[in-house]
Design a protein around this ligand. Structure first.
Ligand code: 5GP
Ligand code: MG
Length: 217
């Protein structure tokens, strides 16, 4: 019968199709894997001798800053706060926080140095720009609070300057690394104890200008 005699050909065709399909499937798995690898590698960031990988997107950063600005404006609705940005690290955060702040405010900057390479030295070398703060409601704006050494030095100085009040706002906070008891009033993002760069934070001078945050690979 003609139908029966065709069966071996049909079976052979089906087997052939299956084999081709398996091969194509295997190839496409390899292709997807290779594509993802290239993609991951192209997202990597090389600064000096260190490699960093993406950690927090600019959209997430912006979202957290908007929320902070809103929260601060509720707390300070009867006052005109002075946002005191700590240079260089907090330059991007201070700009964004004050742009999103829906009320009157003043903006000042101070400069300290406490960090070299990827570990905190714990020594504060200099401080400028805090002589006009007497009687003002100051919000210290930090890029990151790590051990808390920097913030406690700033607090000591503000207390000598006879400010009316002070609070601390930080974009990033490493709870595991924090060694001080002073309360951090406004926290944008809580992060693990990892070295990060971007959005104002540098690694030996590089990476500050990036609009997102990267972590050490
Ligand atoms: P702390 O005095 O709290 O240990 O550290 C505060 C300063 O150290 C921050 O203002 C920042 O300049 C620097 N710092 C702390 N952690 C990091 C980090 O993960 N990355 C970078 N780039 N700087 C950090
Ligand atoms: Mg800082």
């Amino acid at each position: 019968m003609p139908l029966l005699s065709l069966t071996p050909f049909v079976d052979a065709k089906i087997i052939l199709f299956k084999r081709i399909n398996e091969k194509i499937g295997f190839l496409s798995v390899i292709l997807i894997f290779a594509k993802n690898r290239v993609k991951t590698q192209s997202y990597m960031l090389q600064l000096h001798d260190l490699t960093f990988i993406p950690f927090i997107s600019s959209a997430e950063i912006e979202e957290s800053i908007k929320k902070l600005a809103q929260k601060i404006s509720v707390d300070y609705k009867e006052k005109i706060p002075v946002f005191l940005g700590v240079l260089n690290g907090a330059y991007q955060f201070t700009a964004a926080l004050t742009q999103f702040y829906p009320g009157d405010c003043e903006v000042e900057f101070t400069k300290l140095k406490s960090y070299e390479g990827t570990s905190s030295t714990g020594t504060i070398q200099s401080l400028i720009g805090v002589d006009n703060l007497k009687g003002k409601d100051v919000i210290v704006v930090e890029d990151i609070v790590d051990t808390g050494n920097t913030i406690s030095e700033i607090i000591k100085i503000l207390e000598k300057e006879a400010v009316a009040s002070y609070k601390i706002a930080t974009l990033c906070y490493k709870p595991v690394a924090y060694k001080k008891s002073h309360k951090i009033d406004y926290i944008g993002l809580e992060i693990p104890n990892k070295f990060i760069v971007g959005y104002g934070l540098d690694y030996d001078g590089l990476g500050r200008n990036l609009p997102e945050i990267y972590q050490l690979k």
